[in-house]
Design a protein around this ligand. Structure first.
Ligand SMILES: Cc1cc2nc3c(=O)[nH]c(=O)nc-3n(C[C@H](O)[C@H](O)[C@H](O)COP(=O)(O)OP(=O)(O)OC[C@H]3O[C@@H](n4cnc5c(N)ncnc54)[C@H](O)[C@@H]3O)c2cc1C
Length: 336
């Protein structure tokens, strides 16, 4: 790891006055030593630094900025989760557990208790892919701007099975899968004082649009919160993550289903998939197939088939297609 200076930011404005880089920008400038970058929990940033991928000159500690660590709820506007709220604080929040079950399940299955104690929501959304070619300093891969995705012909068992050209990496946030199904928005503040709210589905950037960056954040911007619409009484949700093992691992496949129910009949639904594509995606046609239907084995199986209809698995990840079909079916059946 390189030597760097440490700056403990006192406020959002203070932090935004110092920051001048994102991970993608540092990668573009070969680990530029003049860059100053945010560290929240540090789980991902310090890994990237230890891996030698980023070598910032200054690390700006934002974890202790007052006001970014709150979870608020309003019956009209819904849930507002500050960017510095840790995954374990989300896990122990009664409202998230009772009204946003899929989000609770996603958070409580991320990493390990120790990781969840450090990891913040903002850092979780801005973390970089765990694709082993991206994480290897010896591979100048597509996500680093080279034009070559080594996973296409190489070791691709954990990689994307949909929209996997020109890069087959998957985004590592399983929390985003649940937030996407709940139609959450990301609140972003820029150093010029402008605030914008971006839909979760517009926050992540597919490699076909920009090879280097995985989200829309610019160097002078900070995630300040994530908002999730109010969940009415008839909203039922369920999240399933399948990893190679039960804990301490990222998802091989994960799914969140959020459904407005009337008894066993679904009025409308959202289905989001993680580790399927380079970005968390909605399975819109599959979700639409449930609208107005009884939730039962047949409708749940059918939705899984529709969700995977356009899958284009690579040589070693074909197993993910039946895996997705199964967890989609199971998550749908859990909404009744
Ligand atoms: C073994 C292991 C297993 C894991 N399993 C899972 C899993 O199953 N599911 C899952 O979702 N995650 C998983 N993770 C990832 C972990 O949850 C993330 O690394 C963590 O959430 C990152 O949060 P952080 O606060 O530590 O971010 P940091 O490492 O501090 O920051 C990450 C990035 O975000 C930027 N950043 C941080 N905060 C902000 C902000 N407010 N605004 C703008 N940019 C910001 C930083 O500059 C940096 O580039 C796992 C990690 C490990 C090590």
């Amino acid at each position: 790891m390189n030597k760097f200076s440490w700056y403990e930011a006192k406020s959002v404005e203070d932090a935004l006055g110092k920051v001048n880089a994102t991970v993608s920008e540092i990668l573009a400038k070969n680990g530029n030593q003049t860059s100053a970058i945010f560290k929240a929990g540090g789980v991902d940033l310090l890994d990237l630094m230890k891996e030698g991928l980023v070598r910032p000159g200054m690390v700006i500690g934002i974890k202790n900025i007052p006001g970014l660590d709150k979870i608020d709820y309003d019956a009209k506007t819904g849930l507002r989760i500050g960017a510095n709220v840790s995954l374990s604080e989300m896990e122990s929040n009664d409202r998230i557990r009772d009204q946003y079950q899929a989000l609770f399940q996603a958070v409580s299955h991320a990493g390990t208790p120790q990781i969840r104690n450090s990891a913040t929501l903002g850092g979780n959304l801005a973390q970089r892919t765990r694709c082993w070619y991206f994480r290897s300093i010896d591979h100048d891969c597509y996500r680093k701007g080279s034009g070559t995705c080594f996973a296409q012909e190489g070791e691709n068992e954990f990689h994307a099975v949909m929209d996997n050209q020109p890069c087959a990496s998957v985004h590592s946030s399983s929390v985003a899968t649940a937030l996407l199904a709940f139609n959450a928005k990301v609140e972003i503040l820029s150093s010029d004082g402008k605030k914008r709210e971006v839909k979760m589905e517009d926050f992540f950037v597919h490699p076909s649009k920009d090879s280097r960056t995985e989200n829309i954040l610019k160097a002078n911007e900070m995630i300040t919160a994530v908002t999730v619409p109010a969940a009415g009484e008839n909203i039922k949700s369920y999240y399933i993550k399948q990893g190679a093992r039960e804990s301490h691992d990222w998802a091989l496949a994960d799914v969140a289903v959020v459904a407005e129910m009337s008894g066993t009949r679904c009025k409308k639904a959202e289905i989001a998939l993680g580790a399927a594509s380079p970005v968390p995606v909605k399975a819109k046609a599959a979700a639409d197939s449930l609208a107005g239907k009884e939730i039962n084995e047949a409708s749940a199986v059918n939705a899984g088939e529709i969700a995977m209809k356009n899958a284009t698995p690579l040589a070693n990840n074909g197993y993910k297609v039946p895996l997705f079909k199964t967890i989609i079916k199971r998550a749908i059946l859990k909404t009744v």
